[in-house]
Design a binder for this molecule. Sequence first.
Ligand SMILES: *Cc1c(COP(=O)(O)O)cnc(C)c1O
Length: 733
Amino acid sequence: MTQLEWTPEVDTTPIHFGSELGADQLYDKCMALAKNLWWSWHPEVTNLFRDIDPIRWRQLDHNPIALLREFTPERLSVRATEMVLHSRVNYAYRRLREYLEAGSTWASTNAGVLGAKPVAYFSAEFGIHESLPIYSGGLGVLSGDHVKSASGLGVPLVGIGLYYSHGYFKQHLNSEGYQHEEYIETRVENLPIEAATNEDGSPIMISIDTRNGRLLAKVWTLKVGRVRLLLLDCNVEGNRPEDRELTSRLYGGDERTRIRQELVLGVGGVKALRAAGITPGVYHLNEGHSAFAPLEVIRERMTDDGMSYEDAYRETAQSTIFTTHTPVPAGHDRFDGNLIEEHLGPLRDSIGLSHDGLMGLGRVHPGDNGENFCMTVIGLKLSRRANAVSQLHGHISRRMWRSLWPDRTEEQIPIGHITNGVHVPSWLAWQMQQLYDRHFPAHWQSRLAEPDLWQNIHNVEPGELWEAHNALKSLLLTFVRRRISRQCRRRGESDQMLEEARHLLDPNILTIGFGRRFATYKRANLIFSDLERVTALLHNTERPVQLIYAGKAHPKDEPGKRFIQEIANLRLDPRFRGRVAFLEDYDINVCRHLIQGVDVWLNNPRRPLEASGTSGQKVVLNGGLNCSILDGWWAEAYDGSNGFAIGKGTSHTDDKITDRRDAQYLYETLENEVIPAFYNRDRDGLPRKWIKMMMNSISTCAWRFSSHRMMMDYTRYAYVPAAGGLSVDMSTR
Ligand SMILES: *Cc1c(COP(=O)(O)O)cnc(C)c1O
């Protein structure tokens, strides 16, 4: 067996703690593990928590603090003895300490300039684990993965976000298949967060003046491995009742709520950093929500260092990086002059800007009084370095914003791209990790972004890879049946429906997964464009297909909700019975099960509206194959041998024509490529060609679309140059 950092069995160092811990000591160590989200990407530690009480673990959304709080130290100690957990606790605790204290990391040799002046990474959401509901979807999960890779590589980084006491909604479908939203208050005492303190130890409280009163926020701090997050929370005494609700929901409320949340995130975020005694060398604005931040940095520089506005502007832009995620003009936040004046008025006074001067920073044409203030525009103007999130999205963004630089050609528009990636340890199934442990060199987890490492997948026996995949597929089907049964019970459905749910889906059938936000451009129902053709596929006697769906629609997105309804109700249609499942409440947990167990991950957005997409990258790690429109990351990943392309990477100006044509392409790809490759078996029952594609997918994509590679790119092409280190041009790499 090869040696791996994270396999307790191969650790030969003797444990000096003595085998049995005292009850209090054991409890404290478990709590210390639970209070750093490092545990969430270490299956050994996750399994340890699960083994304390598997049923409660599931019921409590995999929240170790909530679980431990149900135990006294004495009861925990009894349980630990029964389950032989003492040495596992000791081992995990020791690894965490070693991790936190490690002196030498990738960044200590590659990003020394960031040493004392960390990157401040602003994001409206962070998706780190399902037990911490401060994310809604892709943007949040990307931020979570970004932070985890910063920790893994030792990049000095502090995350700035908002604390949403009611998070994003939980989704339930009623018996008509219509989405209902439920907001549940999170209990602070069950979360791994603590009040952040000033340098003198008192709790941090920041205040922001508006034209119409003062806004206050307290600050929570949270540990994600070596990285710290600061989360601002407006639910404090001294705020007006409506302001105490300001940060309660993610993406809830109207424009006014939105600008106030963004004011707290950007301006409040800079103030929180300062109160915590952190002097960032780099400010990274992940999407436009936080783009007010540089204005506060300009104010600091003018007030503290006596700089002129021009100098402060230039220096701030030099240290600011802006990442755009939105390829549709309507997707960018815009505010009218009154909202801007009300909220940014006092700040613009203190930096000596007129109202028109400030508005001009948020306009493509500064003098155009008809133009609203756009967060992306100010983000682009106040940052020296800007990037899109895939190669194709880079082209789209340069074209979209070229009028900001009227005397440049499209290629000269200073928006580069760094393609998104995923945090391998968080998305990799335990069974696949074990397979890699057997065939990859020792310490492979410290080399995730190296292409050579992943070539080792070609040395694995096809049968072994196929077996690991099928074990995961069967776990997924168990999960789906359990969830669907629960959904049926909640809706009070008949015993017959419940019985059907218990036997839903078949492990021998080609299983296609589709999980993502139900924005209409993602066209969740594309495959149902031709009902006859799709039923013929699903019920083909030799080569059937089954589909698993999951996803939330934004509460105000009625067309998105109708898509959900259309698909959820197929279970009542005899033509689809038993072949289509809709899982409610898509979150990190549901996503993890889906991407680890499907044969094929379907992605059919209207090109080029998917800036990157990351769920398909998670699928790759676990041996699933992507079948996707050539959009976002897949446009640069697909090479003809590592998955399936739908269409040829074109789209028509008329959406109806595009949709009709893409539906044809989708059916053709499924009928002519996907289904035959899956069902063509050799004498051993193995789909050789398919398994070869699984291997190609892993070897070509796993390193390249990892968040470790992404973090290395940000560090080299953005963070280090912005901090005054050697400059590398993003566009010429
Ligand atoms: C990864 C992930 C996403 C992002 O998926 P896309 O491919 O960008 O749609 C969204 N939601 C959750 C819960 C995820 O884990």
